[in-house]
Design a protein around this ligand. Structure first.
Ligand SMILES: [Zn+2]
Ligand SMILES: [Zn+2]
Length: 732
């Protein structure tokens, strides 16, 4: 008998651990990475448990090649939590653990390895201040980068600044930069210490604070329900203060760091210890460094987007989920489709610590959990004097003249607010110039050749683009079928921007969408122009509804609220209400009263009426019983199997076979479908889906555990792919 067995999680689609013989040197603890042979490859995996024996015959067992870590990279509670997530989402444990690790660690890199790091010398900082390198732009760019970022590692420079080495050699010869060896955590710049203290809390904030702080060290879930401007961030800051004072650490999740840089900034202003920020805009090297800072306990505040819910945070004392209703908490592509919000609640529960979900427009799931007594609701009313609730009204698009997508009453209101010195924000959830290109002769509509969808007109770039698969082609001037001139139909943000430039000459317009603001820096610059008042009208997509504060915006116009009113998706109404309230919340800060105008063809629609006259809470209270009556979540449980294939019928056939493997179902479970997806053909593939509905979680989970292995054993035709989505956000 060998010295023992370790069970290793490997990043493969197989739903199990793999047994290996331990190497002669030492015994790796669970949570340590190992390099192992796998077929003809060598893979990096994580040891999950040790065992005395294996079910495999002795001659089939292979031996660990190399133990990569001295101490566990993932501690026992985190490993168990990942195992639980793997079970709940029915996703292979090796892929779940891989999703929790930064890319470089997955590849086997040593987080403690010291790497070359370039930093400016005193002379270099001086030279940069004097702009001494104007004639050598490459050297100038590198020096500026190193001075503003307090240095950069060679890995990061390789990733972000190709060809930097020649410039670095020249700068080093001048004595303006130098190379040092640092480990990952050391190489992360630490901005200046605290400059600010959290402001004194008001009465409601104090009550919320007492409730949460009184729970430190105990499990408890709180819904911090307050409108924008009610001071949720101040509550977070005070709780973190108390958590740090106990010697613990805090994890803060937010939907998108690029859109909420103020949140990170607020924490940096208030706390001395380094903050690890984990988000998608980091280079691989920076991500590993931030992860390592969190894991080592050097950073005691970890702020991050969705995947940060898996961050290693020793001594974790509290978890916050800011804007908990935001759909970006749910991973909606790839195989591991987890909800970071739901996992945050679970992780906190398992650790016996409080979790705080914050939102002005709580998800129905969270409101239902309050009703069930699982969550405690802490309300934060708008603070008197600091924010005035905006006046909201609906413009009947059938009753008013509409000038290229903007109704006359809205144009008049814009005139009024601009004349009074206010800023105007127009929201339209449709980027591009126009959603349709139409032939005036034969009614041909430009289609995507890979999807059942229309191409969107992008006038300025002279392209047609498919917003579903990303396909692009040149914008034709004439119909390819009959040669008549073509015409753009409908309005996107690009066209609204053009309309505004004509209607409000001399008034600067700032457009916010993915086409014009591709990087965090360009977004930041746009926000700065708004803050400085150089931009007077803002027009944009969802980007404008999230997080950012526009204190001088006094008028908000919603150009089209109707897209969500008649959608077949059961969550469409909830989403629309959340978006409208969030976008309305951008107006009426400070002492300026705000006005919100919503354009609709259906001004009498009950959703709009309840929302406009009585607000989000009343809307939710009226909509939740409808969900209960139809057994949709949060009153029922769903799992969705999606399949796609390059052949038209194959996905449906596969799902029919899968449904055939279900056997007799308990009374609480139903299979719906399989049916073709709402958009049958997307990116050249044909899509179909099969919905599993259950009234309770446990029987649904039990069914999935028994059913999935049988589905996996089915013969898969070539080109077929399928995924399981537990608790899907969208089912159509
Ligand atoms: Zn034509
Ligand atoms: Zn397409």
């Amino acid at each position: 008998m060998a010295s023992g067995i370790c069970k290793v999680a490997l990043d493969t689609p197989l739903r199990r651990l793999f047994d290996y013989r331990l190497p002669d040197q030492g015994k790796p603890e669970p949570g340590v990475r190992v390099r192992v042979p796998f077929g003809r490859q060598k893979l990096v995996g994580v040891v999950v448990e040790l065992a005395d024996s294996s079910d495999l015959p002795e001659e089939k067992l292979r031996t660990v090649i190399e133990v990569l870590d001295e101490a566990p990279l993932l501690d026992a509670p985190l490993l168990e939590f990942l195992g639980w997530a793997s079970g709940y989402y029915h996703h292979p444990v090796g892929q779940v653990i891989a999703a929790a690790l930064p890319k470089l660690l997955r590849e086997g890199r040593d987080p403690h390895a010291r790497v070359g790091h370039w930093q400016p010398t005193v002379e270099g900082v001086q030279a940069q201040a004097e702009q001494a390198l104007r004639r050598a732009p490459r050297q100038q760019a590198l020096l500026e980068r190193l001075v503003t970022g307090t240095g950069a590692s060679e890995d990061t420079l390789d990733e972000t600044q190709p060809g930097w080495r020649a410039a670095a050699r020249a700068l080093a010869r001048r004595g303006w930069i130098e190379r040092v060896l640092l480990d990952a955590a050391e190489a992360t710049p630490h901005p200046a210490g605290p400059r600010d203290v959290a402001p004194e809390p008001g009465e409601a904030q104090l009550a919320a604070l007492d409730a949460i702080v009184g729970h430190l060290g105990k499990a408890g879930a709180f819904l911090l329900d307050g409108v924008t401007g009610s001071g949720k961030t101040e509550v977070y800051l005070r709780v973190v203060e108390a958590v740090l004072a106990r010697g613990d650490s805090a994890l803060v999740l937010c939907p998108e760091i690029g859109l909420t840089p103020q949140l990170v900034e607020r924490f940096r202003q208030c706390f001395a210890p380094p903050i690890a920020a984990l988000h998608s805009q980091l280079t691989d090297r920076e991500r590993m460094a931030a992860w390592q800072q969190a894991a080592s306990g050097q950073a005691r505040i970890v702020i991050g987007t969705r995947s940060a819910v898996f961050a290693p945070v020793p001594g974790l004392g509290v978890i916050f989920v800011d804007e908990e209703h935001d759909p970006s908490y749910k991973q909606q592509d790839g195989g591991f489709r987890y909800s970071a919000r739901d996992l945050a609640v679970l992780r906190a529960q398992r650790l016996g610590i409080p979790v705080v979900l914050g939102s002005a427009t709580p998800s129905f799931e969270s409101l239902h959990n309050v009703e069930l007594g699982k969550f405690t609701r802490l309300g934060l009313p708008a603070r008197a004097g600091t924010a005035v609730v905006p006046r909201v009204s609906v413009i009947d698009l059938r009753a008013h003249a509409v000038h290229r997508g903007i109704a006359v009453p809205l144009l008049q209101a814009m005139d009024r607010h601009l004349a009074a010195g206010g800023q105007v924000l127009l929201y339209l959830n449709r980027r591009g110039y126009a959603p349709t290109l139409l032939c005036t002769g034969c009614n041909w509509i430009a289609p995507c050749s890979s999807c059942d969808a229309r191409m969107t007109v992008h006038q300025r770039s002279g392209r047609l683009a498919c917003h579903h698969c990303g396909a692009e082609e040149p914008l034709p001037e004439r119909c390819p079928r009959c040669g008549y001139p073509v015409q753009s139909l409908g309005h996107g943000t690009e066209r609204v921007e053009e309309t505004l430039a004509e209607r409000f000459p001399g008034v600067a317009v700032e457009r916010f969408d993915r086409d014009v603001l591709r990087t965090a820096d360009s977004l930041e610059a746009a926000f700065d122009r708004v803050k400085a008042g150089t931009a007077r009208i803002l027009v944009g997509t969802q980007m404008l509804t999230k997080g950012h504060h526009f204190p001088d915006v006094t008028l908000v116009g919603v150009l089209n609220a109707d897209q969500g009113l008649f959608s077949t998706d059961f969550r469409a109404g909830e989403r629309l209400a959340q978006t409208l309230v969030q976008v309305a919340g951008r107006a009426g800060r400070a002492e300026r009263p705000g006005e919100v105008l919503i354009q609709s063809q259906y001004p009498d629609h009950p959703l709009l009426q309840v929302l406009v006259t009585r607000g989000y809470a009343a809307f939710a209270a009226s909509a939740l019983p409808e969900r209960a009556a139809t057994h949709w979540p949060p009153f029922g449980r769903l799992a969705l199997v999606r399949a796609s294939s390059t052949k038209p019928e194959a996905a449906l056939q596969f799902l029919r076979a899968a449904a055939g493997e279900a056997g007799p179902l308990p009374r609480s479970l139903h299979l719906r479908g399989p049916v073709p997806a709402a958009m049958l053909r997307r990116a050249g593939r044909y899509h179909a889906q099969l919905l599993v509905e259950g009234s309770q979680r446990a029987p649904l989970q039990q069914f999935l555990s028994q059913w999935l292995p049988r589905v996996e054993a089915l013969r898969m035709p070539g080109g077929l792919r399928w995924t399981l989505d537990v608790d899907p956000l969208e089912v159509f």
